[in-house]
Each structure stands twice: as structure tokens, then as C-alpha cells.
Design a protein around this ligand. Sequence first.
Ligand SMILES: Cc1cc2nc3c(=O)[nH]c(=O)nc-3n(C[C@H](O)[C@H](O)[C@H](O)COP(=O)(O)O)c2cc1C
Length: 200
Amino acid sequence: METFEAIAQRRAVKEYDPHHRMTEAEVEQLLTLAMLSPTAFNIQNWRFVVVRDPKLRQQIREVAWDQAQVTDASLFIVLCADLKAWSKHPERYWGDAPESVRNFVVPAIDSYYRGKEQVQRDEAMRSCGMAAQTLMLAAKSMGYDSCPMDGFDFDAVGRLINLPADHVIALFVAIGKSTAAPWPRGGKLPLAEVVINDTF
Ligand SMILES: Cc1cc2nc3c(=O)[nH]c(=O)nc-3n(C[C@H](O)[C@H](O)[C@H](O)COP(=O)(O)O)c2cc1C
């Protein structure tokens, strides 16, 4: 499927065939594509929690407004990020780069993030947002539908997945075979309202 078509056809789908099984090859393909999403300084701070256990899915659904996507989607991912990825052997993020590049970038990572809690959190959300969109467009290209989700109790989900203290949850992405058409589009604002030329 063409990129333009995948973007235009992706919709937030709420109903999925609970019996459809994705192959492991499809799951791996989606996650491998998601990892091609950009991250600042290539810190690859996203962590993709693939929830496979039906009991855990049910428990998550209970703290996610009982939304059926959580249990019925073929692939259900809690997109998390490691807030401290920037400090965990950052030289490995540039392991394939020439030494001169690595020597330049690695210290820059440290000075960009150290002591800046808000920047670390913002970066987590930026990275996960981009990975989520990659996942959803790739899923569309593979004949699947998807739903991004933040309608859940973040603390409760964190406890259920044993979220480490230095990680955050950004959103869920549910992917599967839709069984019902998406809601009609809510409507789009005029381009002129959201596009600002040069300055506000
Ligand atoms: C961050 C985020 C969180 C969302 N949370 C939910 C959710 O919890 N449940 C749901 O059904 N849809 C959720 N949506 C889907 C939006 O309602 C949907 O994307 C929006 O209405 C636009 O529709 P479209 O994606 O089909 O174009 C979420 C979307 C985003 C981007």
C-alpha cells in the first residue's frame, strides 16, 4: 500500500476479531519497522511491552474503561519509554558510526539530558508518539487496523506490567482485524486554523 493511502485509510478502530491470530513473523515485522522510527540522538528510548497473556489483557481492560480493544486486538502494545536511556551506555546508540562521530555525539547526549527531568519526559512522549504512528501505518499496509489509546489508569497499568521506576507509559496501540467500520470522522479543523506561517 502506498504511504499516502495508508495515512488516509488509518482510522481509530474499536472492534476487533478476538479469534484472529497474527503470526510471529508479522509481529516481528511490525516491531522491527517501529524501531526504524526516529529518536533524538538515536537514544531509542521506547520500550514495547507486548501483552500476550489473556489474563493480563483482561486485567488491563478493567483499568482501561473496559475498552474491548485491549482484549480483542491481535497485538496489544503498551508503549513505554526509559527516561534514563540517555545515561545507559549511550555509546551503543552510535556503535556503528565512525569513531569521530561517536566521540562528538555521546558527550552531547549527556549534556542535553542530565538534570533535565522535563526534557527526559518530553523526549519519552515524542519518541513513543512517532513509534506509535509507524506501527499504525505499517499495520494498515499489512491489512490490519489499529487504535492508539490513552483512556486508562496509568498507575494501575504500570503496576500490572511491573513498570520500572525510571520508565513511563506513553500510550497503548492495539492492532488487529476490524469487525466494524470506524466511527465517522469527527471532522477536521480548517487548515488555516492550525497552520501558522512564521509566527503566532
Ligand atoms: C493519544 C491518543 C489517545 C487515544 N485514546 C483513545 C482511547 O482510549 N480509546 C479510543 O477508542 N480511541 C482513542 N483514541 C483515538 C481518537 O479518538 C481518534 O484518533 C480520533 O478521534 C481521530 O480519529 P481517527 O484516528 O479515526 O482519524 C486516541 C487517540 C490518540 C492519538
